[in-house]
Design a protein around this ligand. Structure first.
Ligand code: CA
Length: 361
């Protein structure tokens, strides 16, 4: 039995209603929710991986609290638009938000370090930095002025470089390249001579197909296959240097969290840790399968960025990221911690993960 089905079976109707606790062999006890919460998200409702990750976390909180907390998930625009969830939870319009920290750079430049940084940390390194390397304390500090408590709530793992209708054989091929690539990665592309374009996920396919853009990154095989992007572009480049382990977040209104009894506070915080691991596992499993389908069934042309292109993008990324790290006092503090951790983790992973994966090939 798949684990999700198992959990569903354990939860029974309590998953949806949040009002009944089903314990095997025991009579169902009616539990009236003490806390009815809204979770607003930046994702379309039930979007594979990201939206379903939000649902999973909400269900976990409902289940683990035995129905004392009942969380209802709202897709983007259902209650508030995607990019207004930060303010909505800050103001108490909703209790929880599910998104990615780089969306909030308008609130704090430092927020970007907690989602994805070009040539930054992998998923495993990100979790290590957050949970055991001082990152989480800094993240708390960044969200504190907004009355929010952040939690890591998922990770996509290393993303793909993107879909191209033009071959990238040298740095010169990036010149004039019109590519959908948001955030810091977009700024790096701009400095390499390209034109970054911001487009919602839903507009990528038609823009690629019509030639309005030459290339687009999205997530990885799991989501890209579902969007049919292989029908709109010829070449699929790797690795996703711009998003090496994107962390998804869940934030809670601080006053709401602190008003809970200690056991429920612990449930909310630790449910998020479980969801964080679960999403990465889901992406890893689904990406394996989807890549196989893309390459073997749809005959996608899989290509690695040439070394000199990656080298140039790395140099430009270092420049762009250091500039973010110099914007203000908080960004400086976060950047220093992040950079020190990355340098140290690189040395360790050179003799562990990298060495092993190279040996296993
Ligand atoms: Ca992406």
């Amino acid at each position: 039995m798949k684990r999700r089905e198992f959990i569903k079976k354990l939860g029974g109707s309590g998953l949806v209603a949040g009002s009944t606790l089903v314990a095997p062999g025991l009579a169902q006890a009616k539990v009236t929710p003490e806390y009815k919460w809204k979770m607003v998200t930046t994702w379309p409702k039930n979007f594979p991986g990201l939206g379903t990750g939000a649902n999973y976390l909400a269900n976990l909180i409902n289940e683990m609290s035995g129905g004392r907390i009942q969380v209802k998930v709202y897709g983007a625009k259902e209650l508030v638009p995607a990019f207004e969830i930060f303010d909505a939870v800050s103001r108490g319009v909703a209790e929880l938000g599910h998104g990615a920290a780089y969306y909030w750079k308008g609130k704090s430049e430092a927020a970007q370090f907690f989602a994805a940084v070009p040539f930054g940390l992998t998923a495993q390194e990100m979790n290590a930095w957050l949970y055991h390397g001082g990152g989480m304390e800094l993240w708390h500090e960044v969200y504190e002025p907004f009355g929010l408590v952040p939690m890591a709530a998922g990770n996509t793992g290393v993303q793909m470089g993107g879909w191209f209708n033009k071959e990238i054989n040298s740095v010169a091929d990036l010149k004039g390249l019109k590519m959908r690539i948001p955030g810091l990665g977009g700024e790096v592309l701009r400095r390499a001579g390209g034109t970054p374009v911001s487009l919602p996920g839903g507009e990528i396919f038609t823009s690629l197909q019509s030639g309005a853009i030459d290339a687009s990154e999205f997530v990885g095989p799991y989501n890209d296959l579902a969007f049919g992007l292989y029908k709109a572009a010829k070449h699929y480049y790797y690795p996703g240097w711009h998003e090496p382990g994107t962390t998804l977040e869940c934030f809670v209104n601080k006053k709401v969290l602190e008003s809970l009894p200690k056991d429920l506070q612990s449930i909310v915080i630790n449910a998020s840790r479980v969801a964080n691991l679960d999403m990465l596992s889901e992406y890893t499993a689904q990406n394996n399968q989807a890549l196989d389908t893309l390459v073997n069934k749809h005959k996608v042309d899989l290509r690695r960025y040439p070394d000199d292109v990656l080298k140039k993008l790395k140099a430009l990324s270092d420049e762009v990221v250091a500039e973010v790290g110099a914007k203000d006092k908080t960004s400086k503090k976060v950047f220093e911690s992040f950079r020190n951790f990355r340098d140290q983790a690189t040395k360790w992973h050179n003799v562990s993960e990298r060495a092993y994966l190279n040996a296993r090939v």
